[in-house]
Design a binder for this molecule. Structure first.
Ligand code: CA
Length: 179
């Protein structure tokens, strides 16, 4: 099955490079450089994954990310955020907005392709095994919800991301590098 990627990036050189490499890897690629148009394209094309630049005209990648996460139809689509901002606080802001992964510019296209495959594998795993149970905690990966003793608990996007990371790496020490 052909996997579709939506690239949301206003730097033409980056789009051209990514499109060339992703198409060569067999992905179907759509792109836009405009934030508001991106929201419409996600709804129209239902991409399997979104590569989203932070700095965009008309709407920031952060706002797009939040908007997609609020919408029932788009909340499950993995998002890899691109940014020239490499500070830990920026990564946290990206993850807080609901991004699944965060890649600092400049990056190698091979690195992005690897992260895309990883994010898609996670989605596949979640679909095959949508509920994780850890003691009194229940994580519904597909719905992105957490219950403690059957009572829903509210987590920020970062808290949720960290909990999922830990739940999938039981017994492994995770460094702050993951955030
Ligand atoms: Ca940009």
């Amino acid at each position: 099955m052909e996997i579709s990627v939506l690239i949301v990036e206003d730097e033409i050189a980056i789009v051209t490079l990514l499109r060339y490499n992703l198409e060569r890897e067999g992905f179907r690629v759509f792109s836009t450089g405009d934030g508001e148009e991106a929201i419409g394209m996600v709804k129209d094309y239902k991409p399997d994954i979104i590569v989203l630049d932070w700095m965009l005209p008309s709407m920031s990648g952060i706002d797009i990310c939040k908007q997609l996460r609020w919408n029932q139809d788009t909340k499950g689509i993995p998002i890899i955020m691109l940014s020239a901002r490499g500070e830990e606080s920026d990564r946290i802001k990206g993850l807080d907005a609901g991004a699944d992964d965060y890649l600092v510019k400049p990056f190698r296209t091979g690195e992005l392709t690897a992260r895309i495959r990883l994010a898609l594998r996670k989605v596949q795993q979640d679909e095959n095994n949508p509920i994780g149970e850890f003691g009194d905690l229940t994580i519904d990966y597909a719905a992105r919800t957490v219950k403690k003793n059957s009572v829903a608990i509210k987590l920020t996007a970062t808290e949720y991301t960290l909990l999922v990371l830990m739940s999938k790496n039981e017994g492994t020490v995770l460094t702050h590098h993951y955030v």
